[in-house]
Each structure stands twice: as structure tokens, then as C-alpha cells.
Design a binder for this molecule. Structure first.
Ligand SMILES: C[S@@+](CC[C@H](N)C(=O)[O-])C[C@H]1O[C@@H](n2cnc3c(N)ncnc32)[C@H](O)[C@@H]1O
Length: 253
């Protein structure tokens, strides 16, 4: 299991919204292992796609896969998108699949990203709505007895959940025509309960919650996780409802 399988339905929504043209130059923020960057590169065969991520390991994986697939117009940089000096006005389109919720200073980060866009260039990103609207987050927290809204590792995957906050941040950072569309697609955690359990145990929030418990408590929590995942198993694997925002905007001229 990996994010690409978990987010397959969200990926389709993002891909359709991007509407990439053949000669465009695309920046993928928080690209992880680079599936969205590779797809952008394929769609922009006469253009290019650059993926950036703060995780060196993710960038290495992304480079290996793109190389193995022979993609010559796709590249990756190990960089913090909040401060990285992107070439000014280089990109026609900035995309992100759940990679823009973790900035320490979101206004500074989006203003920095905006400088890399040409005037009128597009931003298309997908971010989570609030945790309580996401069945997967509610179910995980119940099973782990973790309080709602608690951050993991100081990072908040729901930091862009409020439309007014997104609009304020993007407006202050120099974007116009900000629009949010409600996306209701399930996340996929695995073909069976064992695979789903391994996948969710790898989440930072699960890890942190289990590590806070003594061995007996952790064993009980793992049992509750297994039961909760089994309750969501259907013919096509373990799935949970989710709510996200598809956010689009343009660089103000
Ligand atoms: C939830 S993952 C999504 C990864 C990828 N977009 C995908 O859909 O598979 C979030 C990613 O954002 C990256 N990230 C977080 N803060 C970042 C920053 N300031 N600059 C660049 N990448 C960042 C993380 O390292 C992580 O790979």
C-alpha cells in the first residue's frame, strides 16, 4: 500500500481539474514519491514538471521511479517550498495533492510559490476538510482513543480545512479567483484487513498514539483498530468516506 493507492479517486479529481496542456511547465508542491509529477510530465510532453519535497527519501524514490519510466521532462528537488528560490514566473501551473497543509507560515509559503508562477498562472491543489468531516480520521481517533483535532508531530493535516482561512491566505499571498469545490471520494486502505492495518499503523498519528500507551494498552488499541478496519471491509477492500477541498486560484497580474 501507498498514497497512490489510497488516493486514487482524489488523484482523478485533481488530474481532471488541472487540465494540463502539452507545452506547460508545472510545479508539484510536496510531491512525495512523485506520481502526480510524473503524470503532469506525461500530460505536458512538450513542457516539463518539477516536483519538490522536504523529504530527501521521498525525492530519491521519486527520481528513481521517473528515471525507470524514462521520463526526461520530469525532475525533482529536495526543497522547502516555503522558502525555495523558484525561478520567477517560470511555471504555468502549480499542483499539489495534499502537500500544502504543513507550512509554518502559509502566507509566506504561498507568496513564495506565487513568485514561481507566471502572471495568470494557475494553482490547483487538494486539501483535507475538517477532521470531524472525515470518516477515516473520526474512526482512527475513536479506535486509538485520541482526542479530536490533536496535531501529530506538530503538523496539522487539517490546517486548510476552513474555506475562509484558505481564501484569506491565498488573497494575502497574491492569488485571485479563489474557488473551493467539495470533493467526496473514499480513501482506500488496502485489499484486506491485514494490509489496511499495516498501512494505518504507518501513519504518524497512529504511531504516536500507540507509542504513548503501555504495551497492554497498545495491544488493546491495535485490536480496536483491527475491528474498526474489518467493519469497513467490502468487496473492493477497506474504504472510508472522506471530504476534501479542490482549491483553484490564479496568480494576480
Ligand atoms: C501527505 S504527503 C503527500 C505527498 C504527495 N503529494 C502524494 O500525494 O503522494 C505531504 C507531503 O508534503 C511534503 N511537505 C511538507 N511540507 C513541505 C514543504 N514545506 N515543502 C515541500 N514539501 C513539503 C511532505 O514531505 C510530504 O511528502
Amino acid at each position: 500500500m501507498g498514497y497512490d493507492e489510497e488516493l486514487r479517486r482524489h488523484n482523478e479529481v485533481l488530474r481532471r481539474a488541472c487540465g494540463i496542456q502539452g507545452g506547460e511547465h508545472i510545479l508539484d508542491v510536496g510531491c512525495g514519491s512523485g506520481q502526480t509529477t510524473r503524470e503532469a510530465g506525461r500530460a505536458a510532453a512538450a513542457g516539463s514538471a518539477l516536483g519538490v519535497d522536504v523529504s530527501a527519501a521521498a525525492v530519491e524514490r521519486a527520481r528513481r521511479t521517473a528515471r525507470a519510466e524514462g521520463l526526461r521532462n520530469v525532475s525533482f528537488e529536495h526543497a522547502d517550498a516555503q522558502v525555495h528560490p523558484f525561478p520567477r514566473g517560470r511555471f504555468d501551473l502549480v499542483i499539489s495533492r495534499f502537500g500544502t497543509m504543513f507550512f509554518g507560515d502559509p502566507v509566506a509559503a504561498f507568496a513564495n510559490i506565487r513568485r514561481g508562477l507566471r502572471p495568470g498562472g494557475r494553482l490547483v491543489m487538494i486539501v483535507w476538510q475538517a477532521g470531524e468531516r472525515n470518516e477515516w480520521d473520526v474512526a482512527l481517533r475513536q479506535a486509538l482513543a485520541a482526542p479530536a483535532g490533536s496535531k501529530t508531530d506538530g503538523l496539522d493535516p487539517f490546517s486548510l480545512a476552513e474555506p475562509a482561512t484558505v481564501e484569506r491566505i491565498l488573497d494575502t499571498a497574491g492569488f485571485a479567483d479563489v474557488d473551493l469545490t467539495d470533493v467526496r471520494e473514499p480513501v482506500f486502505y488496502g485489499p484486506d484487513v491485514a494490509a489496511a492495518l499495516t498501512w494505518v499503523k504507518g501513519f504518524t498519528c497512529t504511531n504516536e498514539a500507540l507509542n504513548r500507551l503501555d504495551p497492554a494498552g497498545a495491544e488493546l488499541a491495535a485490536g480496536r483498530l483491527r475491528e474498526m478496519l474489518a467493519a469497513h471491509l467490502s468487496d473492493d477492500g477497506v474504504r472510508f468516506d472522506s471530504r476534501a477541498w479542490l482549491v483553484t486560484a490564479r496568480r494576480r497580474a
